[in-house]
Design a protein around this ligand. Structure first.
Ligand code: ADP
Ligand code: MG
Length: 697
């Protein structure tokens, strides 16, 4: 028999065959480790049963009794189905229980047998009834051993193909066979100091809690572990960073200065000081790993272009990765134009655009050129990290709107060069203390200043009753020559629905604004269609652009001065702020109207923040205060590795974890001691970048 370890495939677990294995794969569970950490979505307290005489309608309850009788019949309503009925008697009364379409139940029930049933009690005529209850024949299993009754019972998010009972049974097997051999990666002294449960009992209590307080302790312990591992990773990165050998770029000041002169604006002092920081990073022999936070419209792009020019003028290539095709195109357009005025010792630079919608031929042509070194600055979407794209000499990687990318994508891009410098940009500002905790492996630059002459966008929040007023408002501005966006939220996470809602509204709006031109853009359109719509909007051939969130990031059209956001309560504050950043980019007064029918006071409070504040940092801080860090950062966002529990849920605990992580690294910076072997192993399995980090010397 093979020893079961963390990474053992779940198919070696009793009760899992090919079919169930596939179901588990569908849930992202491949190894025993995955399964152990697949925590319940919620729990049901099934500790106590209720006597039949005391049952209450409308509540889920447990009864214990004897089967008095049972039978099966068919219903002949519109669609015929089978009904299995049983009468249960517990001495205090009798209850009818029914199951639909489960004819096989008759094999399980025997008259006079003890059963336990759990389900919702509904009124039925003048009495009560339990419908489709979960059941257990007590003769088969003494109650104290049941996974389904007489305890706090876990409920898993599971594919439909796996019942909760089966899920519990498999988890239990896993607990019995595997958990005893779990090695605790959090050192004993740390556990002692912070009163943390050991890992085995935490895992068991996460799945089958002894009681609610113990579950809370188990949760805290695992949350700590997540934070601790994350902070170790960050700590290691920080240690390495200082030693990370990078490219020593040289500055061609003459070219840079003449480039600056050719710009149609003068740089803000924020831009200048960030450019200065970047220059210093790039000429040092250390790898630059800089995060640039700057509010929407603060002018991050030109800062990135500067960095690209430094890389190119010292003989390297630069890659500029953005999350959407629209944005890639816009950047490409702007950058091409800016570069046309730039010359490096008499040579003009060659930018190129790479997106996945290019034809194969065009792509191959770009691949070949990039590999030859014929392209200086490659701007593009995820297409840039395709495996078969090879740079001749990548010296700088820029990642725009980095919260749209994961760490792996960042690393894949960096892997295309030899320790290239890296600049990542975000318009979702993060309060500084938090940024230091989360991005402790990065240097952070912040631009709080907007270019001069920007007028803050005036924002209103209205309900449905003002719709006509909103339309009149839009009309006035269109008549004055402006353009407008009307934005629809993502509905039910389904792109189809989203597109449909926007399309329906679009038809209606075409009637309302029949004397103007209305366009519709959404993620389902072909790239070429989206391009031509954006182009028409840019050229003011379209007056109103109805849109789903595809316009969210980066798009720059100064004449658009009005934005209406429908069902605004469905957006997060940072998203609203991003959206609103699309307007107020020209010299016109701009207006943002949030339409919302919500009555929810939390939602209204959030919308009110948008009305009152225009500074992205302030909005971020208020968002953080309203939602707490756990929700503020979806774990997946912000390039934080995927965690099992979100360590940001409890900042205090995360900070403790950070302190302990630094203390540990002070003693054993390479995690090479014997007592830290399990920890090193855990980091290796959890974070793919760990090994690369340690190899980097
Ligand atoms: P973001 O930080 O949101 O990415 P962009 O780089 O897209 O902002 O810049 C927004 C707009 O401001 C662009 O049209 C850009 O040309 C312009 N811009 C950038 N810097 C300045 C500046 N110093 N003065 C005036 N306009 C500027
Ligand atoms: Mg931008």
């Amino acid at each position: 028999m093979t020893r079961k370890t963390l990474t053992t495939d779940i198919r070696y677990l009793k009760g899992i065959g090919e079919k169930r294995r596939a179901v588990f794969h569908g849930l992202g569970i491949e190894t025993i480790d995955d399964l152990v950490y697949y925590f319940p979505r919620r729990y049901e307290d099934r500790t106590h049963s209720t006597s039949i005489a005391k049952l209450k309608a409308g509540e889920c309850q447990i009864i214990k009794g004897k089967v008095l009788g049972f039978g099966q019949r068919r219903s002949f309503r519109r669609r015929s189905f089978s009904i299995f009925e049983a009468i249960i008697d517990d001495g205090s009364g009798r209850l009818e229980c029914v199951w639909f379409n489960q004819p096989y139940l008759k094999q399980y029930f025997k008259r006079g047998e003890e059963v336990v049933l759990y389900g919702k009690v509904e009124p039925h005529g003048t009495s009560l009834q339990m419908q489709n209850p979960e059941y257990e024949i007590t003769a088969e299993k003494p109650p104290q051993e049941s996974l389904n009754y007489g305890r706090i019972v876990p409920v898993y998010s599971s594919a439909e193909k796996l019942s909760q009972r089966m899920f519990r049974r498999i988890i239990k097997t896993c607990m019995d066979e595997y958990v005893p051999s779990l090695v605790d990666v959090v050192p004993y002294d740390i556990r002692e100091r912070h009163h943390l449960l050991n890992i085995a009992s935490s895992i068991v209590n996460m799945h089958f809690p002894h009681d609610a307080p113990t579950q809370a302790l188990a949760y805290k312990r695992i949350l700590f572990e997540e934070g601790f591992l994350l902070q170790l990773l960050f700590g290691l990165k920080r240690l390495k960073k200082n030693r990370m050998i990078g490219i020593k770029h040289s500055l061609c000041l003459e070219s840079l200065n003449s480039f600056e002169k050719s710009l149609s604006f003068t740089l803000t002092s924020s831009q200048r000081s960030v450019i200065e920081e970047i220059k210093q990073d790039m000429v040092s022999g250390r790898q630059m790993q800089r995060l640039l936070q700057g509010d929407v419209g603060s002018g991050k792009t030109i800062v990135a272009v500067y960095a690209c020019l430094i890389a190119v003028s010292s003989g390297f290539q630069a890659a500029f990765m953005v999350p959407t095709e629209l944005l890639a195109q816009q950047h490409f357009g702007v950058i091409s134009q800016q570069l046309s005025a730039f010359s490096l010792k008499g040579r003009t630079l060659t930018p190129a655009l790479l997106t996945s919608s290019l034809r194969k031929k065009e792509k191959e042509k770009i691949y070949a050129e990039v590999e030859k070194g014929g392209i200086d600055i490659l701007i593009g979407t995820h297409a840039i990290i395709q495996e078969n794209l090879i740079f001749k000499k990548l010296g700088l990687a820029v990642i725009d709107e980095q919260h749209k990318f994961g760490v792996h994508q960042r690393l894949s891009l960096l892997a295309k060069g030899i320790n290239p410098d890296c600049l990542i940009m975000t318009a979702t500002p993060i309060p500084r203390t938090l940024a230091m905790t989360i991005y402790s492996d990065l240097d952070i630059s912040t631009m709080r200043e907007l270019p001069a002459g920007r007028k803050p966008v005036e924002t209103y929040c209205v309900d449905e009753s003002k719709r006509q007023w909103v339309y009149d408002f839009i009309r006035d501005h269109l008549s004055a020559g402006r353009q407008a966006y009307i934005v629809y939220p993502l509905i039910d996470e389904s792109e189809n629905m989203e597109v449909k809602a926007a399309s329906v509204m679009y038809e209606g709006l075409k009637d309302v604004f029949h004397d103007f031109s209305v366009g519709l853009i959404h993620g389902r359109l072909k790239q070429s269609q989206r391009d031509s719509i954006m182009e028409s909007f840019k050229n003011a051939q379209i007056d109103i652009l109805v849109s789903t969130v595809v316009i969210e990031v980066g798009i720059d059209i100064p004449n658009a001065a009005v934005m209406v956001i429908e069902q605004a309560e469905r957006f997060g504050l940072s998203q609203l702020h991003q959206l609103r950043g699309r307007i107020g980019r020209g010299s016109f007064s701009s207006f943002c109207i949030l339409i919302s029918a919500t009555q929810d006071s939390e939602s209204l409070k959030r919308l009110q923040v948008m009305v009152e504040e225009s500074d992205g940092f302030v909005i971020a801080e208020r968002d953080l205060a309203l939602r707490g860090p756990g929700e503020f950062f979806g774990v997946r966002q912000h390039g934080i590795p995927e965690m099992r529990l979100n360590p940001l849920e409890n900042l205090e605990l995360l900070n403790t974890a950070k302190e302990e992580a630094s203390r540990l690294l002070e003693k054993d910076a390479l995690l090479s001691s014997r007592q830290n072997a399990a920890l090193a192993e855990a980091l290796k399995t959890r974070f793919p970048e760990y090994e690369r980090l340690m190899e980097a010397g």
